[in-house]
Design a protein around this ligand. Structure first.
Ligand code: USQ
Length: 382
């Protein structure tokens, strides 16, 4: 297949490009370097440097003999996006090109507006470009489990059958976001579902939980192919943050009581899920929704697991409960379904002491580069 990856320079975008290329797909990556620019502007660098898109594609070619086409630009620029689609003629597009951080979206009005405009304009442009260039193109959209929030009932995969006053219907599962960023993801889902109904687009919405890990099979031990490791409060996700904190000797920052449960997955499983979705497209006029995670944990569970894994490699890690900067439930029911991707063939890489130890070993190499001043949360929801 021919696949365009929007956000192909990102934490997930670049590893996805290699994973699909390795399987013989023709890949083009598009990115406007938002993540790199935001990290410079906010002064929150990743733990180690990564190569830019051109350098990465060159290194990948040297390693694999395969080509990844590179296009630098902003998908909010409709003319640019359309030009890429016309030139490459994809069968499928993976859409990661969004502002992905909940704290970033809560920094202030400017960042909230950017998140709203960037995420919704990009998704709208994508729907239009698919309709105008080839409505058969399968859109694989990265959604988030955070769209559902933490309701006091089981969470279904995308839709729920409801009986109300004697009548039945199948409707989108209720959404209640915990940040402006998560709210834009709800709006994305609504936008795409609208165009599925009206234009008969084919869409897969992947409702992903927080991702941890660094390594994918395609990287091997080639330092030129690594992805970002952010550990700051804005772009760092919780488990990667805890691992860096453990190495730095900083008590792990559990927000509030730490009973917040989420569905987590290894970055390797993101690769599997996206590949499965691309290779088994949704039908025309189908809005297919998968909940993309492999295990649920409370924040306290993660902190305890990191403490134990660190102890096993001779690092004494401590746990702190810091005031929660977010507005979220700290104790709650959480039972989301996640059958669809397993049925397509997902073989989960679960969170083990070995997995944690391997990431810790990598982080130890950069211990002296860890910036202690970017760890504590400063961005509050209120
Ligand atoms: N948390 C801590 N301590 C920390 C950092 C986070 O206790 O130092 C807690 C948060 O309060 C939250 C949980 O850990 O309850 C997860 O936080 P996170 O920062 O790892 O994840 P989140 O902000 O929800 O966002 C991340 C990605 C986002 C994706 C989302 C999936 O940045 O792109 O959509 O995970 S989900 O969480 O299912 O919505």
């Amino acid at each position: 297949m021919r696949v365009i990856i929007l956000g192909g320079d990102g934490f997930l975008g670049w590893p996805t490009a290699m994973a699909l290329s390795q399987r013989g797909h023709e890949v083009m990556i598009i990115d406007n370097y938002f993540r790199r620019t935001a990290c410079i502007r906010q002064d929150i660098p990743p733990l180690f440097q990564t190569q830019n898109m051109h350098q990465r594609a060159k290194a990948w070619h040297e390693r694999s003999g395969r080509q990844i086409k590179v296009c630098e630009g902003d998908i909010c620029d409709y003319g640019f996006l359309k030009g890429c689609f016309e030139a490459f003629a994809p069968d499928s597009v993976v859409h990661y090109a969004e502002q992905p951080s909940a704290p970033y979206s809560m920094l202030g009005q400017k960042e909230a507006l950017f998140t709203l405009q960037n995420n919704l304009s990009g998704t709208l442009n994508l729907a239009y470009v698919v309709r105008e260039t080839n409505p058969d193109i399968h859109i694989v959209k990265l959604g988030t489990m955070g769209e559902y929030g933490t309701p006091n009932i089981d969470i279904e995969e995308g839709f729920i059958d409801i009986e109300h006053k004697g009548r039945k219907d199948r409707l989108l599962f209720p959404r209640q976001a915990g940040s402006l960023y998560h709210t834009t993801k709800i709006q994305d889902t609504d936008l795409l579902y609208f165009y599925v109904r009206v234009w008969g687009l084919r869409v897969t919405d992947l409702m992903q939980g927080p991702v941890y890990g660094l390594f994918t099979d395609e990287m091997g031990d080639d330092a030129r192919l690594t992805t970002f490791l952010n550990y700051d409060e804005i772009f760092g996700t919780v488990l990667n943050r805890f691992l860096v904190q453990a190495v730095a000797g900083i008590p792990m920052t559990v927000y509030g009581q730490g009973g917040q449960k989420r569905g987590y997955l290894n970055i390797k499983d993101t690769m599997q899920c996206v590949t499965l979705a691309v290779e088994t497209p949704a039908a025309r006029g189908e809005m297919r929704v998968f909940n993309q995670f492999t295990e649920t944990f409370a924040v306290n569970d993660l902190a305890n697991m990191v403490r134990d894994a660190a102890a096993a490699v001779g690092i004494k890690a401590e746990i702190a409960h810091v005031p929660n900067p977010r507005v979220e439930k700290e104790e709650h029911y959480y039972n989301p379904a996640h059958r669809g991707l397993r049925e397509l063939g997902l073989q989960p890489n679960l969170l083990t002491q070995d997995v944690l130890a391997r990431i810790l070993e990598q982080i130890v190499n950069y211990k002296s580069d860890i910036r202690h001043d970017i760890i504590m949360p400063k961005t509050t929801w209120k």
